[in-house]
Structures are given as structure tokens and as C-alpha cells.
Design a protein around this ligand. Sequence first.
Ligand code: AAT
Length: 290
Amino acid sequence: GKKVYFNNPMWPGEAHSLAVEKVLYKGNSEFQEVLVFESSTYGKVLVLDGIVQLTEKDECAYQEMIAHLPLCSIPSPKTVLVVGGGDGGVLREISRHSSVEQIDICEIDKMVIDVSKRFFPELAVGFEDPRVHLYIADAVDFLRCAPKGKYDAVIVDSSDPVGPAQELVGKPFFETVARALRPGGVLCNMAESMWLHTHLIQDMIYTCRQTFKGSVHYAWASVPTYPSGVIGFLICSTDGPPVDFINPINPIEKLEGALKHKRELRFYNSEMHSAAFALPSFLKREVTFL
Ligand code: AAT
């Protein structure tokens, strides 16, 4: 197939490429350019504004980790908010947790949801869970109006901070997230690549240390089609009952239903959970000095 190259100011000096079998969809929403293509080796791919958001082959790593890192770290989570995540993959993962009673999702772009329902049924299946309440809105506004202490967990599955997600890395946004969480509630936020975005990670950690008075940790996982092949997660708790993120109190292996789910977990397990918090020396220095 013909190759498509992904260049972006978020990762200057390098490009990533995938061979295209067929372009399946191309459209412009009010917020971004939406592209879906069939690749030669990673299955179907969703691209927003020229940035790969997911591929069928490796989406399991990102979606399973961003959902289960927070939800397995607290006892019986009940109310969860997803920011972004319009493809539905994170909803699919949350639905493994039978303790959860309400799943709110705030996605800015309806086109992402429609495209996912059409081309990525294995992810969009997440929307079929009756516990899901969908809000099409900018998460900045949604969180500003969210009731104080409503959520046990907030999962920010948002795009890179260019375009509609720009404000999702700023202090005012994190303050509204902390306010919407109950005491001892948890945030798990997509946090870029340790190889490419050390400064952005430092800024986010610095901001979150000021805002989340429980604890702030960085974890990471391998996702081959994200720039540099890894993605990080910033995981924080608010002041309240302490949360031991590294040794999950709510292990997935003990959750009735989580493993019997019709789709098997492909990436996440309790060993991967604990291992995700092990950091390379250079990052450890940068993260702990803040
Ligand atoms: N699970 C797939 C991975 C994503 S999707 C990110 C989603 O966040 C997109 O659907 C986008 O429309 C949505 N989004 C962006 N800004 C906002 C906002 N302000 N409010 C609500 N939703 C928003 C992320 C992939 C990460 C890629 C890493 N390089």
C-alpha cells in the first residue's frame, strides 16, 4: 500500500508512517479533520487532525490501561466520568466493572462518535452499556458545571494539546476535575510520551501536585502507533482516604465478570499495572525534583 506519513509540531524532526490499503472516510467536523483508513498491518486507523488516535491492533494497550489503572486502584468505584473518548473504547473497558453505576462521557465532537459506530464496532460497543450517559460538549464547560464531589474517578482520554484539547492541560481545568471528584477520588489523564514531551509532563505534574493533595504518579505503557511508541498516564488522587496506586486494591483478577466479559483483556493485568509505575532513571529524576 501507499504510505501515509504523520508529521506534527508535537514531534519535530521525525515522522511515523503506516501503509494504507484503503481510505474509508474523510470528513471535517466543526472541530477537526476526521480520517479513517484500512492499514496494511494495524487494522483500521482513526486519525484526527493528522494525529493517530487509535488502531485496531494496539488500542487495547491504551484503553485498558487508562481505564483500569484508576478503577482498580480504588475499592468499588461507582460514578465515573470520561473526558473525550468518543470512540467508546474506554467505555467498553469501564463496563467490565460491575460496581460502577453511572458512566458519564463528555466528548466535544459528535462526528468521532458517529464514525466510530460505523467503522469501529468493537470500540463503539461501549456506548451500548445502559449505565452510559453521553454529553456532547466541551469538557472545560462540562466540568465547570459538574456537582462538587460527584465522581469516584475521572478518566481524561483526550487528544494532544493542539486544537480542541488545548485547555485540558491547564491549571483551571485540573482544578475543576479535582472539585468534581470525591475525597480520595482519582484522575487518570493521558500524559504524552516521556521521550518527546518531558517539559509538558513536568508542567502537568507540577500543576497536579498543587491541585491534587492526595498523591500524583506517572505510569506508562507501550503503544506502537503513538509517537515514539509509548504513552504516559498521569494518575492523581484528591485529599481523602489514601490511594495505593502501585498495588491495586481492586485487582481485575478478582472482579466477577471482568474476565468473563465477552472480549478478553489483551494487555492489562495486575502485574502490568504495578510495572507501569516503574520509571527510567532520567524520568524519575525529572519527576521527583518537581
Ligand atoms: N481513545 C482514543 C484516543 C484519543 S481520542 C481523544 C478524543 O478527545 C477525541 O475524540 C476528541 O474529539 C476529544 N476531545 C478533544 N478535546 C476535547 C474537549 N475539549 N472536550 C471533550 N472532548 C475533547 C486520544 C488519543 C491520544 C493520542 C496521543 N498522541
